[in-house]
Structure formats: structure tokens, C-alpha cells
Design a protein around this ligand. Structure first.
Ligand code: C2E
Ligand code: CA
Ligand code: CA
Length: 241
């Protein structure tokens, strides 16, 4: 199944998009989170058909939201296994067939995974980017050297939840703020992940961080559950209930 988590513009408190997240509805074990099956899906290569299925499902859903007047960006996650020249061609074909505008699609790749294989991954990201897709560096903690970052066609940086948590410590807060400021000054869009409470949000509002995602705003959920929230102007009023 595909669950969707809202991505929020912090200043306007508005939903600007969703991240599509895989779930496995197992007949006996119930709903299984991706961290429990992704490694196996990657090792067996099953992540390729699953990833393409997700792209079609999420693309159809996003188009439906668009037809209902909700223009949202769609963020999807790609495993390194999906970042080979052959797979990228197929992904580009699927995106073109999805009826979404290229600018609407954001592809997320984790910083740690990019670090392992930057030589092979950078040209794949380049090809996606040339097709109009926005690239986000996911789970960013600042481990990639600047020289490497510069070689990637990045649109946004997703600051990992571990940094959001650390921002509650006074000294750490200044470091995290400088990181966000730096990304911002390089012209990158900044997104904070795993925002769970008002204190974390207050910190982020004191930085140039533009977007946020986390349990405070909404958990990953099925499209039918999320749709009523998307129709409301103030996501905070919705999550108070
Ligand atoms: P991710 O891309 O970093 O996705 C965000 C994860 O953080 C999600 O876990 C989400 O449920 C969780 N999260 C959201 N808000 C909060 C919060 O406020 N606090 C905390 N503690 N956690 C929060 P999920 O859905 O279990 O996904 C885990 C990872 O699985 C994702 O991490 C992503 O790397 C991978 N994944 C998910 N779907 C796909 C997919 O379709 N393809 C690929 N290749 N990987 C996927
Ligand atoms: Ca992600
Ligand atoms: Ca992440």
C-alpha cells in the first residue's frame, strides 16, 4: 500500500505536498513498515517493480488530488538500486505517462546512500533533473563534503530528524541553524524532517527553513484519510482534533 505524509510550508502553515511511503499489508502480520522489508526488497531486486508500481499508484492519486483542485508536489524515495541508467529511463517514461508535471515530482535519495556510490548516482540524478524532476537529498546530517554536494543537481535538502532533535540543545541549535542558513544561501530549499512538537517548530521558525514534515502536522496515512485534511486551510487546527 502507499501511505502519504503531508509536507508543510512552515510560515503559511499550508500543505504543499505529500511524501509517498510504502507499507506492506501482510495477511497475518498486519501492516509492516518499510524498514522491515526494504533490505530484502533491495537484495532480491523486487524494489524495482515495487518502486515502479508505487510511482504509478502515487502518480494516479496525485493527479486525482490535482483534479480536485489540490495542486500538490509528490515526493518519492528511490533506492540506489533504482539509480542505474536503465532504471532511470524507465522511471522517466513512467513519470511522463503519469500525467504529472515534471516540476511536481520530487525524488528523494538518502545522503548516506549517495555517499557510498556518488560516481554512479550523480549522472542518474543529473538525467532526472534534466527531465525536470526536483532532487532532494534525504536524511541529511552533513556528512557529504561540500565538493561532492556541488556535483549533485540538488533542489532541496531534507534535514534529518536527528538534527531537529538536537536543536533542543542550546549549543547544537546554533550549529543546526548555521547548516540551514548555509543550505539556504546556496539556493537550496530546506525541509525539516520528523517535527514532533511545538518547541521543535519554534526553533525551525527562527531559521530560514521553509518546509517541514512530521507527526506534529500529520502521520503517514492512506489517501482517503488524508484528503479531508488537505481540504482544510490550517493543518494545525486539523491535527488538534
Ligand atoms: P524517509 O524517507 O526518511 O521517510 C520518513 C520516515 O520518517 C517515515 O518512516 C515516516 O513515517 C517517519 N516519520 C515521519 N514523521 C516523523 C516524526 O515526526 N517522528 C518520527 N520519529 N518519524 C517520523 P517510514 O514510512 O517507516 O519509512 C522509512 C524509510 O523507508 C523512509 O525513510 C524511506 O527511506 C524508505 N522508504 C519508504 N517508502 C519507500 C519507497 O517507496 N521506496 C524506497 N526506495 N524507500 C522507501
Ligand atoms: Ca524520504
Ligand atoms: Ca528522511
Amino acid at each position: 500500500e502507499v501511505y502519504y505524509q503531508p509536507i508543510i510550508s512552515l510560515a503559511e502553515r499550508k500543505v504543499v505536498g505529500v511524501e509517498a511511503l510504502l507499507r506492506w499489508r501482510h495477511p497475518q502480520r498486519g501492516l509492516i513498515a518499510p524498514l522491515e522489508f526494504l533490505a530484502a526488497a533491495e537484495a532480491t531486486g523486487l524494489i524495482e517493480p515495487i518502486g515502479e508500481w508505487l510511482l504509478q499508484r502515487a502518480g494516479t492519486q496525485c493527479r486525482a488530488w490535482g483534479e480536485a483542485g489540490l495542486g500538490l508536489r509528490l515526493a518519492i524515495n528511490l533506492s540506489p538500486r533504482q539509480l542505474s541508467p536503465a532504471r532511470i529511463k524507465q522511471i522517466r517514461r513512467l513519470l511522463e505517462a503519469s500525467g504529472l508535471s515534471a516540476g511536481q515530482v520530487h525524488v528523494e535519495v538518502s545522503e548516506a546512500k549517495v555517499a557510498e556510490r556518488v560516481e554512479e548516482i550523480a549522472p542518474c540524478l543529473q538525467e532526472l533533473s534534466e527531465g525536470g524532476v526536483s532532487i532532494a537529498l534525504d536524511d541529511f546530517t552533513g556528512r557529504l563534503p561540500l565538493m561532492t554536494l556541488e556535483r549533485l543537481p540538488l533542489y532541496s535538502v531534507k534535514f534529518d530528524r536527528s538534527l531537529v532533535v538536537r536543536s533542543q540543545d542550546q549549543q547544537e541549535a546554533d550549529r543546526v541553524r548555521r547548516g540551514i542558513q548555509a543550505a539556504h544561501s546556496w539556493g537550496l530549499e530546506t525541509i525539516a524532517e520528523g517535527v514532533e512538537d511545538e518547541r521543535e517548530l519554534d526553533f525551525l521558525l527562527s531559521t530560514p527553513c521553509r518546509l517541514g514534515q512530521g507527526y506534529l502536522f500529520g502521520r503517514p496515512q492512506p489517501a482517503e484519510q488524508l484528503t479531508p485534511l488537505l481540504n482544510r486551510n490550517d493543518i494545525f487546527a486539523a491535527s488538534d482534533e
